[in-house]
Design a protein around this ligand. Structure first.
Ligand code: UD1
Ligand code: CA
Length: 463
């Protein structure tokens, strides 16, 4: 492949997308948590083009600009068809002599490998125009590739203009084109389609062929890559395919799935070998999971880093957190943003951790809230321990040094510091710092009133 300097990319996204029947712009509909067009843009970025230009319409310009502030966006004032959209983009490309790659913003499953293969074919053949075609199991809605008796591609016929026999053709236009700079002049010669009143980019093939330009139509890649999304049904189908593709990638890298159809893994996630994932698991954003972990049913992990050998038990939620190796979390635990759980710690059921560091080997097994705290290593956090970190106006810190034993049902009224290796008696409300190696108790001494019940003359049934 020649240097990518010669490559410019146009992503068409100005169509109204009426078949989507939605107030949201078609290319901004989400697929596996990310707008459809982001998938296309991330793929084209891998080609390292000299420039990528999005062609937006009046209806979605503002949204696209807000979503991609660093990208160049050209305006197609009126959506007069795909050829008109390309012209609107080309106007922004001065003195361009390389190859222009045109893609539809509604074809998010296409892979960089396929496009790279396409670029080499186009360049090796020194074509003026190249198009990717594919054999559609159901060609409905796609432009059909018409070849002459010698199999030379001569034109593309859109569904609406096709005769019944042309409609039988299964080789269809994927909407991916490479146009050599010298051939861009053809765009201006495309006439309005009388049936739809639009300028069809697909007409460029017939014009190029008649002019004697070198053209190639290549069936490349696999059908699913070219699924164009025009309806909600197709959006769901693409989402399913994308999900399968991601799962298969991790299966090949030794990740085990109990039910591969019921997991949701972001394309940006990384999972280590030997990890097992149960059904109902959601792995979102830029999450990384280490080797040999077990992620039990219905766990949601977002933008977090999980070390090796970690067990995340049923129905736990982990968001923007760092979990070191050999930690066990859950079931029913919540680890909130800014939390760091160090090696071999245990976070048990109904425990919530927020913006806190939990030291190595520390255990908080039952019913606790730890917020804005620094907990050292080998601390035992008794059941029902609460950090009272909020005074109604400000958040305050609780510092618990290493080796502390916290009896059950303790409250720490922050700011407060507990010195190392101290004990906190169960049921205490700690409002002052505790020096190291001390016992802190703050509950009222127990009183037993002898025969109080009898004197009350009201014994309970069975007493
Ligand atoms: C188009 C092709 C068809 C091909 C199919 C592949 C044309 C005429 N037809 O059909 O041969 O098989 O893609 O998926 O090109 N757009 C604009 N401005 C416009 C119109 C459309 O930017 O004025 C954009 C849309 O936002 C979309 C893309 O171009 O991303 C394709 O438009 P769409 O209406 O979806 O074309 P199809 O009917 O799918
Ligand atoms: Ca389409």
């Amino acid at each position: 492949m020649k240097p990518s300097r010669e490559l410019l990319v146009l992503v068409l996204a100005a169509g109204l997308g009426t078949r989507m029947k939605s107030s949201i712009s078609k290319v901004l509909h989400k697929l596996n948590g990310k707008p459809m067009i982001s998938h296309v843009l991330e793929t084209t970025d891998k080609l390292k083009p000299a420039k990528t230009l999005i062609v937006a319409g009046r209806h979605n310009m503002r949204e696209l600009k807000a979503m991609f502030p660093d990208r160049e966006i050209a305006l197609q004032g009126n959506p007069l068809g795909t050829a008109h959209a390309v012209l609107c983009g080309v106007k922004r490309l001065n003195d361009f002599s390389g190859d222009l790659l045109v893609l539809n913003g509604d074809t998010p499953l296409i892979t960089a490998e396929t496009i790279k293969g396409f670029i080499s074919r186009h360049r090796r053949a020194r074509n003026h125009l190249s198009i990717i075609s594919f054999m559609a199991s159901d060609p409905t809605g796609y432009g059909r590739i018409i070849r002459d008796r010698r199999k030379t591609p001569i034109l593309i016929r859109e569904e609406k203009d096709a005769s019944p026999s042309e409609r039988e053709i299964r080789e269809v236009n994927s909407g991916v084109y490479l146009i050599k700079g010298d051939a861009l002049g053809l765009l201006k010669r495309i006439k309005k389609n009388p049936l739809k009143g639009e300028y069809y980019l697909t007409d460029i093939l017939e014009l190029a062929h008649l002019k004697g330009y070198r053209c190639g139509v290549y069936p490349l890649g696999v059908e699913e890559e070219f699924l164009g999304i025009n309806t909600k049904e197709e959006l769901l189908r693409a989402q399913r395919l994308l999900r399968q593709r991601i799962v298969m990638k991790w299966v090949e890298r030794d990740v085990a799935f109990i039910d591969e159809e019921r997991v949701y893994i972001s394309a940006d996630a990384v999972i280590g070998p030997g990890t097992t994932i149960y059904p109902g698991v959601h792995i979102e954003g830029k999450t990384s999971i280490g080797k040999g972990c077990v992620i039990y049913p219905n766990v949601r992990i977002a933008d977090s880093q999980i070390g090796d050998g970690v067990q995340l038990k049923d129905s736990s939620v982990i968001e923007s957190a760092l979990i070191d190796s050999d930690v066990v979390v859950g079931p029913f635990a919540r680890v909130r943003p800014g939390s760091v759980i160090k090696k071999s710690a245990r976070i048990g059921n109904f425990v919530e951790i927020k913006a806190s560091v939990i030291g190595e080997g520390t255990k908080a097994q039952h019913l606790s809230y730890i917020g804005d705290a620094e907990v050292g290593e080998d601390v035992n956090v008794g059941a029902g321990t609460i950090t009272c970190n909020y005074d109604g106006e400000k958040k305050h810190k609780t510092i618990i040094e290493k080796g502390v034993f916290i009896g059950s049902d303790t409250q720490f009224v922050a700011p407060v510091r507990i010195g190392r290796c101290s004990y906190i008696g169960a049921g205490s409300t700690i409002t002052e710092d505790v020096p190291e190696f001390s016992l802190a108790l703050s509950r009222v001494r127990q009183k037993n009133l002898k025969n109080w019940v009898k004197k009350r003359k009201k014994t309970r049934k069975g007493c």
